[in-house]
Design a protein around this ligand. Sequence first.
Ligand code: SF4
Ligand code: SF4
Length: 143
Amino acid sequence: MCFQCGTCTAGCPSGRRTSYRVRKLMRLAQLGQKDEIVGSEELWECSTCYTCVERCPRAVPIVDIIVALRNIAVSEKHIYDNHKKTAQNLYKLGHTVPNNDKIKALRKDLGLPENPPTVMANKKAMDEVVTLLKASGFDKIVE
Ligand code: SF4
Ligand code: SF4
């Protein structure tokens, strides 16, 4: 569907700050250049803001494609340490951002419980999260 007009790249905020060119990524995908894509830093420079999807004249599901490509990359062990740490937090805590002492003190000042009323305060729900992540193979990817 992509006819390489470049509208996506023209409006991409990530491309304004980096060498990332989403049009090029779509072209590589069209050409089946999997090895070049899964090993590239560019694959991770999209912030999934959806500006390109809103503007694409051919209604290419660009972000869906990027997510699919990222899934392929991770399944082939192309994952950055920081991304892995964030994923490990989800597996261990049910949140990608841990609740630390500073945040707990701020919450207390605001009259809130130290932990938010999410899986952090509900062991049964957290156990269910772990069960789901294990069923999907997520634990093996991030261990
Ligand atoms: S994905 Fe859409 S906006 Fe981007 S180059 Fe292709 S047709 Fe143009
Ligand atoms: S979704 Fe990604 S590729 Fe599209 S405009 Fe936003 S940062 Fe750029």
